[in-house]
Design a protein around this ligand. Structure first.
Ligand SMILES: [Zn+2]
Length: 365
């Protein structure tokens, strides 16, 4: 699939992170985060989860790695406001400059806050895979347009609800609902201000394989472990502490399988497991302390890819809708639901999209 094709698919909303939750059930922690959580992973290494900027919008997790000379940050959030909050937090941890900002992939929730770092740290280098840089160029203006549209629609809906004192079904807003709608209207207005100030900041240093950096007493490996979630996925690994920032190659508890390269993703995850990470910062969701989830995710991808390929073995042109009803992903779903049955609708959506991905991949073989 060409980069153009991938970008246009995503921007039409196949992934459309901006659309997550607005049209979808968004119970899973990977699709809805209400609380900012900072986790200290080791001396001078932190993970930050962010409060969603709007209903249905998400920020990628941010990882901060501090050496004795300089600092590296992985992923810069969706908005300048959230990135600036992270920068204020980093400046409490250290007076050292952020010298490197890594964008794990091109989705806006991982790089649209780049500008805040560029403004705060004039010597900054922004690192990404070369395909990511290309996709950002194509996606930036479209993402801004779509985000503005969503934010303005939210403001309109909220204003109408507050003026009429009723919900869309005509029933009256109670006090808690009214406060929530007021909060959403304020979030929408803040988002419009942010988006109008947004200037895409592309990576300044791109690569196809990877590089090793010394932050001063701390080695950090930045590399492309293979394709998975996007064409230019990059992970960051601190070998001494065995800490891995994985971007959206790993998202939990429900993976973002809305686009990407499912059969390659399996091998890419195996490469990450081979690093033997002790701590994994996923692109969204809580920090993982072992590779159990990664293996379950690998198995999910494997079983879907295998079942879809088997259908192509039996028929020249299997029916996608029929496959969506028959592909069995019980093992993953049972474990997910044991933790929180409310995640089922979001998982069902992600699975439906994954089956379509595997279908188009198998068809192209
Ligand atoms: Zn993301």
């Amino acid at each position: 699939m060409s980069l153009n094709r991938l970008a246009s698919m995503l921007l039409k909303g196949a992934l459309g992170l901006g659309c997550l939750g607005i049209a979808l059930p968004a119970r899973a922690d990977s699709a809805q985060t209400q609380t900012r959580v900072v986790t200290r992973l080791a001396e001078g290494i932190y993970a930050i989860r962010h409060v969603d900027p709007l209903p249905g919008w998400v920020h990628g997790n941010t990882t901060v790695i501090i050496g004795t000379r300089e600092v590296l940050v992985v992923d810069a959030c969706q908005t300048l406001e959230a990135a600036r909050e992270d920068i204020a937090q980093i400046q409490q941890w250290t007076k050292l400059p952020v010298r490197y900002l890594v964008n794990s992939h091109w989705h806006g929730d991982h790089w649209e806050g780049n500008q805040a770092y560029v403004e705060a740290y004039p010597g900054l280098a922004t690192l990404a895979h070369r395909d990511t840089a290309e996709l950002m160029t194509q996606a930036g203006p479209v993402m801004k347009r779509d985000a503005l549209k969503d934010a303005q629609a939210l403001i309109e809906r909220s204003t109408q609800a507050l003026a009429s004192g009723t919900k869309r079904d005509g029933s009256p807003l109670n006090e808690a609902e009214r406060r929530r709608v007021e909060q959403q209207a304020a979030q929408g207005r803040a988002m419009v201000v942010q988006l109008n100030a947004f200037q895409p900041q592309r990576p300044t240093l791109t690569f196809s394989e990877g590089l090793t950096l010394d932050l001063g007493g701390r080695e950090v490996q930045v590399f492309h472990p293979g394709r998975g979630n996007t064409a230019g996925d990059v992970v960051v690994f601190v070998p001494k502490e065995r800490i891995l920032a994985a971007g959206d190659l790993i998202v939990q508890p429900v993976p973002y399988t809305f686009d990407g390269y499912p059969s390659e993703w399996i091998r890419t995850l195996e490469r990450l497991v081979a690093l033997d990470p002790a701590v994994i910062v996923p692109g969204h969701g809580d920090v993982l302390r072992d590779t159990g989830y990664v293996l379950r995710l690998r198995d999910l991808l494997q079983t879907v890819v295998s079942q879809v390929r088997a259908a192509f073995g039996e028929s020249l042109q299997p029916d996608l809708e029929a496959l969506r009803k028959t592909v069995d992903a019980k093992a993953f779903k049972e474990q997910l639901l044991a933790a929180d049955p409310g995640d089922a609708p979001f998982f069902d959506y992600a699975l439906k999209e994954l089956i379509a991905l595997a279908y188009h991949e198998a068809k192209a073989r």
